[in-house]
Design a protein around this ligand. Structure first.
Ligand SMILES: *Cc1c(COP(=O)(O)O)cnc(C)c1O
Length: 401
């Protein structure tokens, strides 16, 4: 295979916000994509856990072309039946009763944060409400979600940050309880059921049971960020189903529209506190995006994708585990749920996650790091047994190099 590191295309008009791999993808079909040199790759990134149905899925192609010919965008000044239909679908397949539509994960989390603050002011009578989040979390790049994100590297140079956020270690109930007891006006606890960007770290059952109990006892909202973990990614509709609890509020985005931008904030009836004028989004829940999410949701049901994700996730997990067994000097463990898996490197390994991702690209496999020490695997939910085997084979080629 040709070497990868030719110089990247000149992009003088773009802000250089991204460290890009020197690859230009121009076409996709299913779990495969092709670059401008005609090279084929297995896509185990899927737009970072976003292209749930892979690329150019016939259902999505058909639905999008139908919808764009009929009506793609109208204002929320008017009734949008597809929005109502999608909200009904999502509430039928979750513990939520009400939905607000946005366009991204950060925007969905912003909505959740605003909802929590309105709850604090109007129900609890708090003037300075606090939201507790976890260290190593990731909630987005807008100012409030960047503040909620418990990773100082994302916050540097962007202060003053939004007030009212406090961080605790993840999966540590003692630390959380202590912080709740010390603070006066805790409105909400915001957590990922499984930390994605922070290193594919699953939430622990006992921890989340304890968090739910603590929230119930003290009238604190439990908000879950399901942006990466939701919509079938873990082999359940929502990651929280793996923790035996239900949140009061949760957010969704990434896989929700299968690559068409859409986000959502979902909540129980009693926390549906927004009144007309409180919150809005021009694009939020437009017909095209809602049709995409409905198409993804219906495909998950009709193609039985939840059980497929469980099986393919198990296959991937076991295949990766063979590398841990074979190379305990390089690898610490494999962790994750369903098709959100991470191969965790030892700090003493002779390479970092980014190095392996580079080498895998050269072998025809797209992967994405989750921090310097974790190689993340998030293929489309439609990935086949043969494609998982092929990905493991190409990973093997990259590791043996
Ligand atoms: C990606 C991600 C976000 C941010 O989503 P955007 O659509 O990029 O704004 C928020 N939370 C989690 C858990 C994510 O993985």
């Amino acid at each position: 295979m040709t070497t990868l590191l030719e110089s990247p295309p000149a992009t003088p008009a773009l802000m250089p916000t991204y460290n890009r791999f020197p690859v230009t993808l121009v076409r996709g079909a299913g779990c495969r994509v092709w670059d401008d040199q005609g090279r084929e790759y297995l896509d185990f990134v899927a737009g970072i856990a976003t292209c749930s149905l892979g690329h150019a899925h016939p259902r999505l192609v058909q639905a999008m072309s139908d919808q764009i010919q009929q009506l793609h965008h109208v204002s929320n000044l008017y009734h949008i039946p597809l929005q109502a239909e999608l909200a009904a679908f999502l509430t039928r397949h979750s513990g939520a009763d009400r939905v607000f539509f946005a366009n991204s994960g950060a925007e969905a989390n912003e909505g959740a944060i605003k909802l929590a603050r309105k709850y604090a002011h109007t129900v609890k009578g708090y003037e300075q409400p606090v939201i507790i989040t976890a260290q190593a979390s990731f909630h987005g790049r807008t100012l409030a979600t960047l503040t909620a994100t418990g990773q100082p590297k994302y916050q540097k140079h962007f202060d003053p940050l939004v007030p009212g956020f406090v961080y605790v270690p993840y999966n540590d109930l003692t630390a959380l309880t202590k912080t709740v007891l010390e603070l006066e006006q805790v409105a909400a606890i915001l957590l990922e059921p499984i930390q994605g960007e922070g290193g594919v770290r699953p939430g622990e059952w006992d921890y989340f049971q304890g968090v739910r109990r603590l929230c119930d006892e003290r009238g604190i909202l439990l908000i879950l960020d399901e942006v990466q973990s939701g919509m079938g990614r873990t082999g359940r509709w929502w990651g929280y189903e793996r923790l035996g609890i239900e949140p009061d509020i949760f957010s969704s985005a990434k896989g929700l529209g299968g690559g068409i931008p859409i986000g959502a904030v979902l909540c129980k009836e009693q926390y549906s506190l927004f009144q007309p004028g409180d919150h809005a989004s021009t694009y939020g829940g437009n017909p095209l995006a809602c049709r995409a999410a409905l198409t993804v949701g219906q495909a998950i049901l009709e193609l039985d994708l939840l059980s497929q994700v469980q099986q393919r996730g198990e296959q991937l997990h076991q295949g990766l585990n063979e590398w841990v067994t074979a190379h305990p000097d390089w690898f610490q463990e494999v962790r994750g749920w369903g098709l959100l898996q991470g191969l965790v490197l030892r700090p003493s390994a002779p390479f970092q996650a980014g190095d392996i991702v580079q080498r895998a690209i050269a072998k025809g496999l797209l992967l994405v790091p989750a921090g310097p020490q974790v190689i993340r695997f998030v293929p489309p939910l439609i990935v086949t047994e043969g494609e998982v085997n092929l990905a493991l084979e190409r990973l093997g080629d990259a590791l043996k190099q």
